[in-house]
Design a protein around this ligand. Structure first.
Ligand SMILES: [Zn+2]
Length: 104
């Protein structure tokens, strides 16, 4: 007798660790906590029309969330600071594109 009442979809058991992109200098991934810290620094997505669309769902660049990303202060002391616009896909929760503007 089977009683699979498994409709809870709150937690996603899939771990994306395995399909993490290899270090791509054009598309770096930042720690989630650093990105969250910048989430209130929203930029106007319309200014980024024609940039990369989401590689997973194909959402266009102007429909993504753009934030003014700035890495934490310790990274600037260590001379590995990065700052610039970063696009996030609201559907896939991934970092789509980072445009490097400032580098320490
Ligand atoms: Zn997406």
């Amino acid at each position: 007798m089977r009683d699979d009442d498994d409709e809870l979809d709150i937690f996603n058991p899939e771990d994306d660790e395995s399909e993490r992109a290899i270090d791509d200098p054009d598309n770096p991934r930042f720690p989630e906590e650093d990105v969250v810290r910048c989430k209130n620094r929203r930029l106007n997505a319309a200014d980024f029309a024609g940039q990369n669309s989401c590689p997973r769902c194909g959402r266009k660049s102007e429909e993504l969330i753009w934030i003014n990303f700035r890495s934490p202060s310790w990274t600037w002391r260590e001379l590995c600071g990065r700052a610039g616009p970063l696009s996030l896909c609201p559907d896939c929760s991934i970092q789509v594109q980072f445009i490097l503007r400032v580098m320490s």
